[in-house]
Design a protein around this ligand. Structure first.
Ligand code: KG4
Length: 340
């Protein structure tokens, strides 16, 4: 089989990442995260673009070195075209264009969300791997998206449900901020919730038709509950942080799982995958395992390193597009918003 070497670049938000793939096998996957945003409680777009500018050359260089692949061996360059922050995307897109032009090799544009979903197809040398068969359902939960996607093939994906307001990760981050925790709040809530009581508080759940999600009502319910409790005792949050985190987390997970279960039942699909940054969440992973046992689901949960933004997931999409000779022109612009 022909060996295809693809350099992949991801810069849609606050991680600068480069990966080298040999076909669908990842040889290197290097990510520089941007700690600068922590002090602001969220990603500051202008600072993100500047950090990408500083990081992109050393990250690409490190990915090529680790893979032991030279620029001249590359067959193509895959890059995240969108969705994401425009200034961040422009750094990766422009870099990819410049390098591809200088090497006279094709460019492959990749949709970031498709990358998260096809992360389930990344292989590692010497590691046993099972990819889902088509069709399967994928719950895509990150800081910017909460969607249920029906994946019919590498190229054919249908969003059958999505959030009408906040994303699940965004809700986690915002409620963590309400509790005075750091950024990103999702992993902090996860850690605190491990020693909390998930039934200590009840927060309202949305009533949205179909397979769509909503998290803004939960955020408001959480905020009002806390305001009332803090008015009676200024140290309330500090004293009950674990129970608050656990009760909030269990509500998010049950909102996500209820719709996913409904979709699985109606579409009669029991192959269920999980993607995006929030898929690192312990309670969500546990819920997947318990639904698998209860309803006979065949579940697919990616390795931690492939759940958050990374370039290997862009590289694997790049490989499948390479096989179809699905290249893009030099004048393709970055885009900040889109559907798959
Ligand atoms: O996919 P991702 O890395 O990128 C963006 O969408 O930007 O997702 C980041 C999101 C953040 O909202 C973060 O709080 C959340 O994923 N997250 C988690 C956990 N780890 C990351 N949420 C809950 N539990 C976690 N362990």
């Amino acid at each position: 089989m022909e060996k295809v070497y693809i350099l992949a670049i991801e810069s849609s938000c606050d991680d600068t990442s480069a990966a080298v793939m040999c076909n669908d096998v990842v040889l290197s996957n290097i990510t520089a995260s941007q700690a600068i945003h922590e002090q602001y409680g969220g990603v500051v777009p202008e600072l993100a673009s500047r950090a990408h500018e500083l990081n992109i050359v050393p990250v690409v260089d490190a990915a090529l070195k680790k893979a032991d692949v030279s620029k001249e061996q590359l067959s193509a360059i895959a890059f995240t075209r969108g969705p994401g922050l425009m200034g961040s995307l422009l750094v990766g897109v422009s870099f990819a264009k410049g390098l591809a032009a200088s090497l006279s090799i094709p460019m492959i544009e990749v949709n970031h969300l498709q990358g998260h979903i096809l992360a389930h197809f990344i292989k590692e040398d010497g590691v046993e791997h099972k990819s889902p068969e088509f069709p399967f359902l994928c719950l895509m939960v990150s800081g910017g998206n909460s969607q249920i996607v029906k994946v019919n093939s590498y190229k054919d994906m249908e969003i059958i449900g999505q959030t009408i307001d906040d994303a699940a990760g965004e809700a986690m981050d915002k409620c963590a901020k309400i509790m005075g925790l750091g950024y990103p709040g999702g992993p902090i809530i996860d850690r605190l919730a491990r020693s909390g009581n998930p039934t200590a508080y009840q927060f309202s759940k949305p009533h949205i038709p179909g397979f769509d999600y909503s998290f803004s009502g939960l955020k408001t319910s959480f905020l009002y509950t806390l305001r009332k409790l803090v008015a009676e005792d200024a140290d309330y949050v500090e004293k009950h942080i674990n129970d608050l985190a656990a009760s909030f987390e269990v509500t998010v997970v049950s909102i996500l799982m209820d719709k996913l279960y409904k979709a699985s039942k109606q579409l009669k699909i029991k192959r269920i995958a999980l993607s995006g940054g929030v898929s690192a969440n312990t309670a969500l992973r546990e819920a997947y395992h318990s639904y698998a046992k209860r309803y006979g689901w065949e579940i697919f949960i990616p390795k931690f390193g492939f759940t958050t933004d990374n370039a290997a997931m862009i590289g694997v999409v790049g490989y499948y597009k390479y096989l179809d000779k699905d290249f893009c022109a030099m004048n393709e612009p970055a885009f900040s918003r889109t559907v798959i």
